[in-house]
Design a binder for this molecule. Structure first.
Ligand code: HEM
Length: 145
């Protein structure tokens, strides 16, 4: 019978939270996909709902189905998803154009990594996304009126 090798969970809960060998960039990748699909779904639903006005159905006005507080919360989630997607998208465009990646070099051990430049870039765009979200929250909480 083949022997079972057990490995200690050296990274512990912090490894799970921080991504361990995944890194936060991997979480950003998953979130980018989810938020992209989420705002695409919103766009489709938004188009359907607003196009109902050709039949004289106004679901989003006072007394309409979508005028309930829960949908305001939903709108805020769309703002949050957009804030993340848009700012992370700008980071992706920059990285894909070659910014913050460094010049190509021979892979000689110990290998060099661009994480040291890319991670501050990720943190910077997330700070911008958070500022954008705060403006959205200001409006959501009714403070803009
Ligand atoms: C300022 C606005 C936006 C920016 C800068 C942006 C940027 C990007 C970038 C760079 C990608 C490719 C990611 C990659 O290379 O892996 C992407 C993917 C995507 N975006 Fe956006 N985007 C924006 C707005 C939107 C909007 C409004 C929608 C929906 C209506 C959307 C839906 C998607 C979807 C579905 C994907 C594919 C996700 C995937 O396959 O992982 N994006 N976006």
């Amino acid at each position: 019978m083949a022997a079972i090798t057990r490995h200690n969970n050296r990274l512990g809960v912090w490894g799970w939270l921080g991504g361990g060998r995944w890194g936060i960039e991997r979480y950003a990748y998953i979130l980018h996909r989810l938020t992209g699909l989420g705002i695409l779904l919103y766009l489709l639903m938004h188009t359907v709902v607003t196009s109902l006005r050709v039949r004289n159905i106004y679901l989003w006005t006072e007394g309409g189905f979508f005028h309930q507080p829960i949908f305001r919360l939903g709108e805020f989630c769309v703002v949050a998803a957009f804030a993340f997607h848009a700012f992370n998208g700008i980071r992706l465009v920059l990285v894909e154009l070659g910014f913050a990646v460094g010049k190509p070099i021979e892979p000689i051990y110990p290998y060099k990594t661009s994480v040291g430049v890319q991670r501050p870039l990720l943190i910077a765009v997330m700070v911008l996304a958070l500022l954008f979200l705060l403006v959205g929250a200001y409006n959501f909480l009714g403070l803009a009126r």
